[in-house]
Design a protein around this ligand. Structure first.
Ligand SMILES: Cc1cc2nc3c(=O)[nH]c(=O)nc-3n(C[C@H](O)[C@H](O)[C@H](O)COP(=O)(O)OP(=O)(O)OC[C@H]3O[C@@H](n4cnc5c(N)ncnc54)[C@H](O)[C@@H]3O)c2cc1C
Length: 426
């Protein structure tokens, strides 16, 4: 039997079998089949099948270095499905935000830490895609990232500038030949020490966000070093601290010249937050699926524990909230897909409104998924907190989601500023 393996078996064979990836996928599909159109349901099923086969064929126990799996995942078209990627001669169908959500659901049920790491590659590759201007090296980076041959990271946060990300300390200095020299430090980059390609933001004048530029960096260049940070809640994911010492960036790797970096940074943020919403929703479903299967099989006092109100009722409550979150997420995904299909881009006013919506959903979904995962683990008793299932991975990862992509408090700040703006319209 493949699937999550712990050091000591605590859950009996029959329940462990029932908790298989195939069964959990089935449970999810029964929940979603009436909401999804057939294209997305078929895509979801195809992605699930790929991960079921991949798990079986490779005897995966989810203790492995998942970065090694990326080329095969990429070869099968599951790194990013946001775009068609026709600029690099791919023709992904279906593609779009709803398809990306389906990909995240299928991948998260297989391995939540892998999914979070892949989304960091997706964010970096999409920010290159928006500004490739047909430069060979940029197209090469996109192709290598989307096919999983290479790993990407995005470098915004600095040791002294977290929430206050815009007022950066990392500097870029233009040279006579049009290249830039980069000096400074970044911290908490997902994939940092594993990354082959990095998208880095830096300013020509410290603390002046309006002088920000955006660069593409090949991490094998002199001047880049990265140290892995230990994040005990996600032990298989690499988060890192990077140092740039006279890191020379050629002109063809300037994705946004000084003055353009800030708008490029915000342009990517809405999608990044919506990816996190999809991740949070997937994590909540994954935990609920484990808890529902377990509670239907585990007996105490001679009865399945689901039949006790103390277990069945709170589980239903978590289920209802997760279904509502899913419907909201599907709705926003569809709105984005419709606009992209009609206009080929997201109109400015829609993108502006999306900023607040992304904050609202990121705020609510991160809080909900943390609670759902914790409560599901709690309802499973010892089985929920030991290392025999993915519950432990979900517990760790769902605790991080309120911080990455802008903290809970920063989302509140964005939302309260929007309330002020709306009031001023009256
Ligand atoms: C799992 C994970 C993955 C990440 N991945 C990446 C990545 O790939 N790339 C990248 O660049 N960064 C990444 N980050 C960094 C992340 O974006 C920052 O950690 C985050 O923006 C907060 O910055 P900070 O850690 O410096 O905290 P600080 O900004 O120092 O905040 C500390 C506390 O103060 C609060 N606070 C700060 N300012 C205000 C305010 N004005 N009002 C109210 N409260 C406030 C915060 O909410 C927080 O509770 C990641 C972080 C995590 C945890």
């Amino acid at each position: 039997m493949s699937g999550k393996k712990g050091k000591v078996q605590c859950i009996d064979n029959e329940i462990l079998e029932k908790l298989s990836l195939t069964n959990r996928n089935k449970f999810l599909n029964y929940n979603l089949m009436s909401f999804l159109d057939s294209i997305h349901l078929q895509f979801l099923k195809g992605a699930q099948k790929f991960f079921e086969n991949f798990e079986k064929a490779n005897y995966i126990t989810h203790n492995e270095d998942f970065y090694e799996w990326m080329p095969e995942i990429g070869n099968n078209g599951y790194i990013s499905r946001l775009y068609k990627y026709e600029d690099i001669d791919l023709n992904y169908e279906p593609h779009g935000m709803t398809t990306e959500f389906m990909k995240i659901l299928a991948m998260d049920f297989f391995d939540p830490q892998l999914t979070m790491a892949i989304e960091a590659t997706t964010v970096s590759l999409n920010s290159i895609l928006l500004h490739h201007d047909d430069f060979k090296i940029r197209l090469k980076a996109i192709k290598e990232l989307v096919t999983g041959k290479k790993i990407g990271c995005i470098c915004i946060t600095e040791p002294e500038r977290g929430s206050d990300a815009v007022n950066m300390q990392t500097t870029c200095e233009k040279q006579d030949d049009g290249s830039f020299l980069l000096n400074g430090e970044k911290i908490y980059q997902t994939n940092g020490s594993k990354a082959d390609w990095a998208v880095i933001y830096a300013v020509t004048e410290k603390n002046k966000g309006n002088t920000m530029a955006q660069f593409l960096v090949d991490t094998s260049w002199d001047g880049w070093t990265a140290e892995r940070i230990n994040i005990p809640w996600t032990p298989r994911m690499h988060l890192s601290k990077e140092y740039f010492v006279n890191l020379k960036i050629p002109p063809e790797c300037v994705l946004g010249k000084p003055g353009e970096g800030r708008s490029h940074l915000f342009e990517g943020l809405n999608l990044e937050r919506l990816f996190i919403v999809c991740l949070n929703t997937a994590e909540a479903w994954n935990a609920i699926t484990h808890a529902v299967i377990y509670a239907n099989m585990r007996k105490q006092f001679d009865k399945e524990i689901l039949k006790y109100q103390g277990v069945g009722f709170p589980l239903s409550d978590l289920w209802a909230q997760t279904t509502s979150l899913t419907l909201a997420t599907l709705n926003i995904c569809k709105m984005i897909d419709d606009k992209m299909e009609q206009l080929g881009t997201l109109p400015k006013d829609f993108n502006l409104a999306l900023g607040t919506t992304a904050s609202q959903l990121k705020f609510l979904s991160a809080k909900l998924s943390e609670r759902v995962v914790y409560e599901c683990a709690n309802l499973m008793g010892g089985a929920g907190v030991c290392d025999n299932t993915l519950m432990h991975d979900l517990l760790g990862i769902s605790r991080l989601q309120e911080i990455g992509g802008g903290t809970r408090q920063v989302q509140s700040y964005i939302m309260s500023s929007a309330l002020r703006q709306l009031f001023k319209l009256l």
